[in-house]
Design a protein around this ligand. Sequence first.
Ligand code: DGL
Length: 269
Amino acid sequence: MNAKKVTLSENKICDNRPIGIMDSGVGGISVLRELVKLMPGEDFIYYGDSAYAPYGTKPAHELIDLTMKNARFLLDEGAKAIVIACNTATSVAAGLLRKFYPEIPIIGIEPALKPAVLAKEHSRVLVMATVVTLEQKKFGDMMHLYEEDADIIKVPCPGLVELIESGHLKDDKVIEYLEKKFSVFKKEEIDAVVLGCTHYPLIKNTIQQVLPNTVIYDGGYGTAKQTKRRLEECGLLSDKEEGGQVVFYNSLGTDEMLEFSRKLLELPE
Ligand code: DGL
C-alpha cells in the first residue's frame, strides 16, 4: 500500500489517500453522497459488486468471502479506510474484517433505528431491509434495546434491490412493489420507516410518495459523520478543503453500470 502521510506545518497529521467504499452494487452511492457532502476535499474509490448482487439473500460464508474480496480490492487501490456501505455486509462481516485488518479504520453502516424510535413516543416503526440483515443477531440485539419504546416491525424486501439495480427508481414497477409491501398495514398508522438497506434511499422520494405522512430515516449521514470522526482520530483526514475526486469500479465491468453510478451520485435528493 502506498502510504502518503504528510505532516502539516501546524503539526497536524493528514493523509491524502482515498477512502474506499463498498456495497453489493449501486446502493452504497446513497452513503457516498453523504460522505462527499461532508468531506468535499477527500478522494473516494467506490466498489459496487453488482455482478454478485443481491447480497441480502446469500449465506453468511459467501458474504464473508465477497466482503473480504471487496476490501482487498480497495486496499490494493490504495484506500486509507474502508466504509462498508452495505447493511447486509456490515452485519455479517464487519467484525471479521476489523480483526483481519486491525490497522485500517473500518466503518460499517447500520439501520438508523434509534432516531426513528426516539422521535415520537410509542411510535410504530417499520424497518425495511434485506432478509439477511433482519435475521442477524446484530439487528435482533438493536431491536431488543428499543422494543419497549416502540412497535418495531421488520419488513424484509426481497426483490427490491434487483429493481433498483436495474434502474427502476420511480416507475410503476417500483410503486407497485411498495404498494403491495405496505398493503398489510394501515398507512396512517406508520409513524416512521427506517431504510435499513443502502439501496432504498435511492428511491426515498418514491417511498415518500407511497407513504406521504411517514417520516423516513436512513443511516447514510450518521455513517459519514462516523467516518469523519474515525479519520480525524487516526490523523487520516485529507488536507484539502474541496476538489475531491470519486472513482467508480463495478464488478460487472460495463460502461452502462459506471454511467448509472455517476448519475446516481448526481441525482437530486
Ligand atoms: N445495499 C445493501 C444493504 O445495505 C445490500 C443489498 C443487497 O444486495 O441485497 O443491505
